[in-house]
Design a protein around this ligand. Sequence first.
Ligand code: 4AD
Ligand code: MG
Length: 432
Amino acid sequence: MSKYIPIQKAIAKGSGNVNIHGWVHRERGSNALKFVVLKDSSNLIQCVFERGKFESQWSEIDKLQVEAALEITGTLKKDERAPTGYEITVESFKIVGTSENFPIAKDQSVEFLADNRHLWLRSRKMTAILKIRDTIFTAIHEYFHKQGFYEYHSPIFQAVQCEGGSELFSVNYFDKKDVFLSQSWQLYAEPAIFALEKIYTIAPSFRAEKSKTSRHLTEYWHAEMEMAWSQFKDIYGHGEKLLKHVVKRVLERNLPELAILERDPKKLEPTLQKPFVKMTYTEALKILKEKCGMEVEWGKDLRTIEEEKLTQLYDVPIICTHYPKKVKAFYMMEDPKNPETVQGCDFLAPEGHGEIIGGSQREHDLEKIKARLRLQGEDPAQYEFYLDTRKYGSVPHGGFGLGVERIVKWICGLESIKDAIPFPRTMERYKP
Ligand code: 4AD
Ligand code: MG
């Protein structure tokens, strides 16, 4: 076992001899003393080198710069003036990796930080976001397993579109012309409900989105579920319970990280305490008109700006249902009461964050699906494997997809989705 303990554990110990290792977060020195704030993945702590103890090594100590890696043995004591309330008087140390002129300093431009993303990941902000991201992934796995879902995997190379052909990435697959990166697991998940009934995944999805917005990535992590024997209300019921579970876990585990991000946890509490707001698309248009002065013609999809205004009115997510059939995917089930609308739902996160989940009950009438594919310019023959799901023991079923970075953005209160993933991919950025 390593003799080194996490800085957070050292702080919890409160006093005495400790061994820690980490990287220089800040440093300042005088002729007699050098102060180094050391960080590891758990926290920060101030360490003091006294020249009297290290005369022969003083030039090395004096030269220590931001991001140098150190092992330190020393004596811990409380010190109100230190950044995390404790200080270590260094007794012995080893420089494991030197560092010179670390490029990232205060107040650098968003572009500069994006070019140096591999280094910016070490920042306190990114470290906090990455920890919350970890909680969210774990919570999604927990929720679905607790609810009796199996984890199941669909291919990333796919030969059909699921969410509209214009947003597909083609792949040079041994010179074949019809291979694309997955937009969704769905068409390869529906065949598996006949084996496993309740399934979920967390996997990358790809969208050739030409939108340069604060919520679109070309590569994102997609948590999706599909279940047999469902009714529409079961689908959005799981969406609501899943989001509550995720928020609950973040509030249990990540208050220190929310504090680093200056994200007020009180803003997330209503999501735990209150039922979500449920409205139809038609009702949403009415509210947009009456409360936001925005007129949307019935039949048009809600745009980012409209979702933003609508969600600013609430402190919990909105479950918006019954969108017009013509703006939604071919597989969504018509509403028997109004066949111009579908039994589909978008979950819209509060405070202006907008769509975080898209889901639906699935159409199980084979002829209706074929007709809607043709309407989109697709050849149903390409979808033969998928259409078999409606031929051999078809049952009512449905599912949803949740954009994990959209949830990270909302929970962390981020301006841009780009900070919700370690190396964001957008229309303009694919490096480093
Ligand atoms: O609404 P979407 O397109 O639905 C589907 O893909 C369904 N096949 C899911 C299903 O029923 N299994 O995408 C689902 C979610 C969106 O609500 C959004 O959160 C996220 O995926 N998403 C994106 N996230 C980041 N960047 C993008 N470009 C995204 N496009 C969709
Ligand atoms: Mg959608």
